[in-house]
Design a binder for this molecule. Sequence first.
Ligand code: MG
Length: 165
Amino acid sequence: MTDGFRVGLGFDFHPFGQDRRLMLGGVRIPHPLGLRGHSDADALLHAVIDALLGAAGLRDIGTWFPDTDPAYRDSSSRVLLEKAYEQVRDRGFAVVNLDITVLAEAPRIQPHVGAMKANLARLLSVETGRIGLKATTMEGCGPIGRGEGIAVQAVVLLVRSKREA
Ligand code: MG
């Protein structure tokens, strides 16, 4: 029975850039700068995607959604998460819980946690009580502390809900 559980770790970082909307956890956050990237650069959803794929032994986000593919240019990371979780579910796994830490000097994440959790709950078909989401600053140190970008860590636990196809 212990073979039925899989843990996965995800990490992502995107630098801030001009003329970009800031998307985090599928939420548009009002901020003078957005994150630069090929897709909408939603580092939170990207970290969750990599945690899911890692737990299921399915390589990583860059393998499934290459940044050389014009199909994913400016694409919504919500769509990428849906596609990634579809692959995970096809292999018989479902999310037990996930826990996320956002590393950002600014903006404040707390006012948006409820909306982010609601997005994740809907996309992953889990209740919000199974989602941990918190933020910390880097106390002014390093590139994140200087406000050059945002990093996100995510850990997810999967359980095998049916036999592997
Ligand atoms: Mg990314």
